[in-house]
Design a protein around this ligand. Structure first.
Ligand code: PRT
Ligand code: ZN
Length: 212
């Protein structure tokens, strides 16, 4: 029988909880450091370790059958995949923030302003829904320093505890979206693989129910 190929983040905030979930499902494997692949010894699953940004694309193309990514990454890249399960970990939000001293009165504050973000698609859609015209500048890292160096008047970034915003003299003013890890799946999976995915989801549901 062919293996279900699962794309998980190689190293980052999703990695540990993603692998823990498979282990809690009773799936055994060895993932040595720096390995690109791992094969389970007791379930027809093969893991591919990738950057999270690449996961939706690999699943869209069927190179991986399923993958685990943040909903934020899935929404930003808008790849053609099925979101088959919300996994309840890596919870965070994508928020707009401005310098602490700003007298923020509401979303119209951003009209005509410059905003820095790593999530330009999500932010542009949000601003459009809100009827606000602003300039969105894509930067790929350290978004929180943009206001301090005069690059933007506000930012849109991932927030979890809020301490990064605080230590950069920023305050959160709007929640653009809430996010958590999700399982995405290839749209044209074979019946064999769909059956494996059903078995896996059955196990995941038992694990998640046990946590509630
Ligand atoms: O290398 P690779 O591209 O695979 O990883 P990455 O650096 O792009 O992603 P990574 O590992 O940082 O995050 C993976 C996913 O975890 C994200 O897409 C989110 O879905 C989720 N997640 C949960 C977070 C956070 N919490 C989080 N706090 N992603 C990022 N952050 C960052 C945020 O960007 C900011 O810099 O942490 C800082 C804010 O944290 P607080 O606690 O100070 O508010
Ligand atoms: Zn990434």
């Amino acid at each position: 029988m062919s293996n279900l190929k699962v794309a998980v983040q190689k190293s980052g905030r999703l990695s540990e909880d993603s692998l823990k979930l498979f282990k809690e499902c009773g799936i055994k494997f060895n993932n040595g450091a720096k390995k690109l692949k791992a094969q389970s010894s007791n379930f027809p699953i093969e893991f591919l370790f990738l950057r999270d940004d690449d996961i939706p694309g690999y699943v869209e193309d069927g190179i991986a059958d399923i993958g685990i990514v943040g909903q934020n990454v899935q929404d930003e890249y808008q790849k053609e995949v099925d979101v088959v399960k919300h996994l309840g970990f890596s919870k965070c939000r994508l928020s707009l923030a401005v310098p602490r001293e700003v007298d923020y009165s509401g979303i119209q504050y951003f009209e005509g302003k410059n905003l820095a973000t790593s999530y330009p698609t999500i932010l542009k859609n949000y601003l459009k829904d809100q009827g606000v015209n602003a300039e969105v500048h894509m930067i790929s890292g350290s978004v929180e320093i943009a206001p301090g160096i005069g690059l933007a008047e506000g930012i849109c970034d991932i927030v979890s505890s809020g301490s990064t915003l605080l230590s950069n003299g920023l305050k959160e003013v709007e929640t653009v979206m809430k996010s958590e890890a999700v399982m995405v799946a290839y749209k044209q999976m074979s019946d064999d693989k769909k059956a494996l995915l059903d078995q896996l989801i059955f196990r995941i549901n038992s694990v998640l129910e046990g946590k509630n």
